[in-house]
Design a protein around this ligand. Structure first.
Ligand code: GLN
Ligand code: ZN
Length: 767
């Protein structure tokens, strides 16, 4: 069976691209040196990809593929059409100005907006299309990559492009721009591009249309038809690729299009297999079957893939079936081979990008033999793959029987009504009206980070390290008391990251040394891997919270990351449902919640900033996800007494669609981003009443600006126009760890002063 992959990580095994980009920005290397690094990464990737039947080309990008496409089509907003950017043969200044913004003659030119790539943690730049946009193909960059691949010895290069429909749907269209007209013109440019590729001897091209999984809109269907009918005259074979979920009712349209192949995700869109079975698959097309999970890091489940193949083979001839990944491998790290600290029995159960390519090869060469019962022809390495997965799944390190038993038997109890809770909390907490607080973290300065580094290197003993952390806690607790904050925090100085810190201490999590994944441009992150049953063996945060509380009579809020956020920001084992894994994490955090309460912490905040981003792409799956996500929140917090106050925090303001679930979470207090998104949140509360306490952020922590007391007072007054004063808390938009102390101190001081001023203004000074 033939094999293909939908794209490969471009950051380099040791983040070479990131480092080169940063050097380029700092003027340490020139464009030629930067391009040399990029070219080396491409070649090293092709070396790995060479054995496949279709080798991706053009999936590489210096910064972002959507940005590349915009540049290729001449979609350059007016503000970038300035001499210093456009009158040079060097494309980099213009390209990177669009990515990162720039300053020309003292004028600040903002970058394109950046936003999440579907439900991944990758971010793309949003092209801007005005009504005067003319499309002008400039494919030099892409064609050069194709030639480079051919010179490198790649005969079967498959250029991977963002499809015209998805490109336009992802773009920001100015008012009055006719979608149909622009789609026609964009497609014209693509037709020319395909002709150029054909001249280079390219016979297949992949056009990614992931937008098809995000909406069942009729309009998409018509647009899809007109676009691909327009492209049918070209010489080249077209693969229309989808990923991240099933294509729903677009399946039949895809089957009818005048194209030569369709790509479907069978991992994250299992329904696709039913479409093939029920509706059949056209005789004149090839199916690129996304069988190897491109978004997770576990070794392939060969028996499962074989059973899917069997079902596909009932409808499609083997020579029209191509084994592929479920999506681009951009979303996984490069190779496990670099992980020297990972125990062997774990390593053999993990597959990053390079390992997935090997799996694909083995599947391509062996799956059909096994399906046909032709044992003699099977490569022992293929059998090994099956064995390794079994061994990995069975390994005692991953298992703790009591964990899943506890999940299965867990009988959640409800807390008292909000009214009852409110009453007992008032008796214990004695908070003034408009209580002030922060979201948890204080600045992670160089000094704080160096403490952790010195601990890691053994330059600092654990006791010394803890003593240093306590000093920081003390300094900041004293300061909060001094300026008059009502509910204090310890500052989260001991945490590197809000998920990693918890994962590192819980059983069932795995960490990598080099498992970097691109988030955008030069930005990379390492996601923890949930590889086994999750369990809390020891307190996670009690020491720091209790110490902070010991310093003051004011309440100190305990700070925890919620189970849904931990789940959504990790790679999650694929042998247990996500909902089950989330419940395991919920019970682990629950143990911590109860421990904090037992140790005298009267307010506990469970952050769920990633709750919304876990929403499945297909709307029909939303209710199920939200249902178990809310359940997990309840499991985490509902064991506490009515008198203990539960907070939660979220970092976005697009709330409308999940408002009923937010209400169902029933936290006593919720703090949410508000200022950054220009009080958009408040709009929602004009329509829907939030029954409990709420702290809409009063200033944007993403900017270094220090808000004045007057600005903050006005902001608070604005909030009080929408929400009743008895229900409002006063806090910033989010945690302050990325800010400098000299920004945080005056900002929070002003916030507290502004609150006092407003209390007086509205005659609400009593407690
Ligand atoms: N408690 C966390 C902090 O303050 C919350 C971070 C977040 O919402 N992303 O840093
Ligand atoms: Zn936040």
């Amino acid at each position: 069976m033939k094999t293909a992959v939908q794209g490969y990580p471009r950051i380099g095994a040791r983040r070479e691209l990131k480092l080169a980009l940063e050097k380029y920005w700092n003027g340490k290397i020139d464009a030629t040196a930067l391009e040399k690094v990029a070219s080396d990464i491409r070649k090293s990737n092709w070396q790995t990809l060479k054995p496949l039947d279709y080798v991706p080309v053009g999936d590489f990008s210096l910064y972002d593929k959507v940005l590349d496409t915009a540049c290729m089509l001449g979609v350059i907003p007016e503000r970038f059409r300035l001499a210093p950017l456009t009158n040079t043969a060097d494309r980099h200044p213009l390209y990177l100005a669009m990515a990162r913004g720039t300053t020309i003659a003292g004028n600040n030119i903002p970058a394109l907006e950046m936003t999440k790539w579907f439900n991944t943690n990758y971010h793309y730049l949003v092209p801007e299309i005005s009504s005067t946009q003319e499309y002008q193909l400039n494919a030099a960059e892409l064609l050069a990559q194709v030639k480079e691949a051919q010179t490198f010895g790649i005969k079967n290069a498959l250029p991977i492009l963002i499809g015209p429909l998805t490109f336009l749907l992802l773009s920001h269209l100015d008012e009055g721009v006719s979608f149909a007209d622009h789609l026609h013109r964009v497609t014209q440019a693509y037709a020319q591009l395909l002709a150029n590729l054909s001249e280079l001897g390219i016979s297949w091209v992949q056009l990614d249309e992931p937008m098809l999984v995000s909406s069942q809109s009729e309009a998409y269907r018509d647009a899809l038809r007109s676009c691909y009918e327009q492209l049918q005259a070209t010489e080249i074979n077209i693969l229309v690729q989808t990923y991240f979920d099933h294509v729903g009712s677009h399946y039949s349209t895809l089957c009818e299009l005048p194209i030569q192949a369709v790509g479907l995700d069978f991992v994250h869109g299992a329904e696709n297999l039913e479409f093939v079975e029920k509706q059949g698959f056209p005789q004149d097309k090839t199916l690129f079957a996304g069988l190897v999970d491109g978004r997770n890091v576990f070794i392939a489940d060969i028996p499962k893939i074989e059973s899917q193949l069997k079902r596909l083979l009932n409808k499609i001839d083997a020579d029209r079936l191509v084994a592929s990944t479920s999506c681009s491998l951009l979303h996984v790290p490069i190779t496990v081979a670099q992980e020297s600290k990972m125990p062997d029995h774990v390593k053999s159960g993990i597959a990053f990008a390079a390992e997935k390519i090997r799996e694909l090869q083995l599947i391509g060469n062996n799956a059909l033999h096994r399906i046909q019962g032709d044992a003699s022809k099977i490569d022992p390495a293929y059998e090994q793959l099956i064995k390794h997965r079994q061994e990995f799944l069975k390994h005692p390190d991953r298992h703790n029987n009591t964990v899943q038993e506890r999940v299965d038997q867990f009988a959640p109890t409800a807390r008292g009504s909000f009214a009852d809770r409110d009453k007992s909390q008032k008796q214990h907490l004695h908070l003034p009206p408009l209580p002030t607080t922060t979201i948890g973290s204080f600045p992670q300065t160089k000094e704080v980070r160096s403490l952790r580094r010195r601990l890691r290197k053994g330059e600092l003993g654990l006791e010394q390290y803890r003593a240093e952390i306590q000093k920081l806690i003390e300094t900041w607790v004293r300061w909060q008391e001094e300026i008059g904050v009502d509910v204090l925090v310890h500052g989260e100085f001991e945490r590197n990251d809000m998920v990693e810190y918890f994962g590192e201490q819980l059983d069932g999590f795995l960490f990598t040394q080099h498992g970097w994944i691109q988030s955008y441009g030069s930005r990379c992150y390492k996601a923890p891997i949930v590889y086994g049953d999750v369990h809390r063996n020891q307190p996670l945060t009690v020491r720091e919270s209790v110490y902070a509380q010991s310093l003051t009579n004011k309440p100190v809020k305990g700070m925890l990351t919620g189970p849904v956020t931990i789940l959504n920001w990790s790679f999650v084992r694929d042998d247990l449902g996500r909902n089950q894994v989330c419940k395991q994490i919920a019970l682990a955090i629950r143990d911590e919640v109860l421990d904090l309460e037992k140790n005298g912490i009267r307010i506990i905040q469970v952050d769920e900033p990633a709750l919304r981003e876990g929403l499945p792409l297909q709307a029909e799956k939303h209710a199920d996800y939200l249902d178990w996500a809310v359940t997990c929140f309840h499991w985490t917090v509902n064991g506490v007494q009515d008198a203990t106050q539960v907070h939660t925090h979220m970092c976005y303001s697009y709330f409308n669609d999940i408002m009923p679930e937010i209400i169902k979470m029933d936290a006593d207090v919720i703090s949410i981003e508000n200022a950054r998104s220009s009080n958009e949140l408040l709009q929602v509360f004009r329509e829907v009443e939030y029954p409990n306490y709420i702290g809409p952020g009063v200033y944007d922590i993403h900017s270094p600006n220090i808000p004045t007391q007057e600005e903050l007072a006005a902001q608070i007054q604005g909030i009080l126009e929408v929400l009743p004063a008895e229900r409002v808390w006063i806090n910033p938009d989010c945690g302050l760890k990325t800010r400098k102390p000299e920004e945080v101190r005056p900002s929070i001081t002003n916030m507290v002063k502004a609150t006092m001023q407003v209390r007086t203004d509205i005659g609400a000074t009593g407690s």
